[in-house]
Structures are given as C-alpha cells and as structure tokens.
Design a protein around this ligand. Sequence first.
Ligand SMILES: Cc1cc2nc3c(=O)[nH]c(=O)nc-3n(C[C@H](O)[C@H](O)[C@H](O)COP(=O)(O)OP(=O)(O)OC[C@H]3O[C@@H](n4cnc5c(N)ncnc54)[C@H](O)[C@@H]3O)c2cc1C
Length: 308
Amino acid sequence: MSLGRTILLKMADSPFLNRQATQRAFVKRATRRFMPGEAPEDALRAAQMLKAEGRGTVFTKLGENIAVPADAEAVRDHYLWFFDQLAASGLDGHVSVKPTQLGLDLSYDQCLDHLFVLAARSEAIGRTFWVDMESFAYVDRTLALYKALKERHPQVGLCLQAYLRRTQADLEALMPIRPIIRLVKGAYAEPETVAFPLKADTNRNFFDLSDRMLQAAASGQCTPVFGTHDIALLDRLVARAKAHGAADRQYEIHMLYGIRDADQRRLRSDGHCVKTLISYGSAWYKWYLRRLAERPANVWFVGRSMFT
Ligand SMILES: Cc1cc2nc3c(=O)[nH]c(=O)nc-3n(C[C@H](O)[C@H](O)[C@H](O)COP(=O)(O)OP(=O)(O)OC[C@H]3O[C@@H](n4cnc5c(N)ncnc54)[C@H](O)[C@@H]3O)c2cc1C
C-alpha cells in the first residue's frame, strides 16, 4: 500500500480531524466533486440528470458505526422515507446500506431486523437492495446477514472485495443461493495477513473472481456487477463476458458519482447497463478520506478549493 494511501486511511479514523474538516467550508466545497450535495433531494436531482443519459442510480446515505440504537432506527426510517421518494420519482434507483449504519456494532439481531424491513420495502417497489462490505472485522457477520436476507428477498445484492484473500472462498460458498454480487477492489486499510498488499494481485483476483461470476451468470446462477473505474480491467471483462456467452444485460457496471464520468457515458452509449452510486448526507468525512486515498493526487483538489 502506498504511503499516501496509508496516511489518508489513518486520518479517516481521527475524530479530531473529522471535526476540523467538516467545519471548513473549503473542504466541504472540495467534496462536491464526489457528491452533488448533502440533502437527499440533491441526490435525487442529480439522478434525474443521469436518467436522461440512460444511467441508473444507487443511493447511499453517508454514515457508519452508529453508537446508539435510536440512530439505527433513524437511518431505517430515513430509508423508508427515501423509498417513497424513489417510487414516486420514476427513477431506476436503488439503495445501498452499510450494516454498521444500521447498528451492527450494537446488535446483530437488531441490525438484521432493520435490514429485513428495508429489503421488504425495496422489493415492494421492485428495486435491488444492496448491502455494502465494510472493513475485515465485519465480513463474517455481513455474509451471515446477506444469507438471511437473500432467503426471504431474492433481489438483494452484496458487495465483495477483491483485495481480500478469503473472497474467492466466500464467493464459492455463496453460489448455491444465486447471489447478486457487486465486486469492488476494497477501500479499507487491511493487514497483509488478510489482504493482498500489491495492487497487481488485487487486480488479478478481481479478474479471476469476475470470470467465475460471468461463467455462472451465463447459466443464471449469479448476477455480477463490476464496481470499478478501472477501464482496462473492464475492457477485459467485457471480452470475457462475450466468451462465456453472458449477454450485456446479465451483468452491470457501477461507478461512483464524479469519477470517470465520460467513461460512464461512453459505456452506457456502448449498450452496457451502467449505474452511478450517489452518496449524500453530512457524515462525509471518513467516506471522503477513502476517496482521496484511492487517488492521493485528489488531495490537490482540496488545496485548490481553498482559493476558489
Ligand atoms: C459502485 C461502487 C461501490 C463501492 N462499494 C464499496 C464497498 O461496499 N466496500 C468497499 O470496500 N469499497 C467499495 N467501493 C470502493 C472500491 O473498493 C474502490 O476503493 C474504488 O472503487 C477505487 O478502485 P477502482 O476499482 O476504481 O480501481 P483503481 O485502480 O483504484 O482506480 C482505477 C482508476 O479509476 C480512477 N479512480 C479511482 N478512484 C478514484 C478517485 N477516488 N478519484 C479519482 N479517480 C479515481 C483513476 O483514474 C484510477 O486510475 C465501491 C466502489 C464503487 C465504484
């Protein structure tokens, strides 16, 4: 892992820096590169513009590791309200949640209950309900949550991380339940014992895992979603999809709002199913530091927005 990435991911865990950054207008301005605004209405408005280009949307309200049960209930209630907005909007819009934002640190059972409520509402309006993958400490519990959800609600998807050594085995174990998987490289600082330290190994694993999912997709056993901005890797995967006989509609490509936007448009106009993940909310500090860590050159945007 590069030094810049390590430092930025360490900074993400600092409550002091969190307080400082969120009070500075120029940092808030810099976040606009990756999020249209803090209000859910900002996210919905941005999604209408993407809809005009044929792009779908996945929404997430920022926040993680809540500390009291009432906060988890408030997040659940927010999303219930948000599903109503989605149903009325006519958007091809879906929701993705972090288990620790729904109280996984406090109670597995309570978190699962909240997820059941949200997955049921998502299903009622015909959307895919997504579960994010957080740091390594949560992987076993998140997989258990996913299996329980998928049993009742088939249209639930899970994020898996290609940088983890265990993911190949996790993917195989999920295959019997016909998983919907968003594969990403992984955004957290993990030790070498559990994650590949070299980017080349993560990329190789991403390709191998995707290849396996595409093979399964051709027989309807898995729905793969590639959550990456790595265009060279995507080009290779599109070629593999053809080789496996997996049609364009049997996989999707998801990217983050504000990143590689021209490529997102191009992939859409080439006929791919492209969805853009839009984040909103005021708890953007940790999430924003992870975006900076993915490309430390982004730090210059923070500096520049001090003067604009
Ligand atoms: C839809 C979606 C959902 C995600 N959900 C999760 C999740 O649940 N759990 C999790 O751990 N991670 C999640 N991630 C983040 C993911 O793990 C990576 O950290 C992130 O996608 C960067 O990796 P990459 O695949 O784009 O490849 P990289 O090799 O990091 O980047 C490829 C190219 O994309 C561009 N790029 C990538 N990131 C940035 C950036 N921040 N700013 C500017 N350019 C950039 C650069 O041009 C770079 O060369 C998600 C990502 C996406 C797209």
